[in-house]
Design a protein. Structure first.
Length: 60
């Protein structure tokens, strides 16, 4: 059991050394894209919700 755990940790460390981590600029750029996309989507959903509410109120 202990040998498997040690092997797992060693293999995990070896795999993490192979990872190519993004640069700070790449991370910041990606975060900006996510924030802007989220805001745009929230605005669109808000407008659709308001229009549907007006439609339902007009019916009733």
């Amino acid at each position: 059991m202990m040998k498997k755990l040690v092997a797992f940790v060693k293999d995990s460390i070896a795999e993490l050394k192979k990872v190519v981590w993004p640069s700070k600029e790449d991370v910041i750029s990606s975060v900006k894209v996510v924030i802007v996309s989220t805001l745009v989507f929230a605005i669109i959903l808000g407008l659709v919700d308001a229009l549907l509410l007006l439609g339902v109120q007009a019916i009733f």
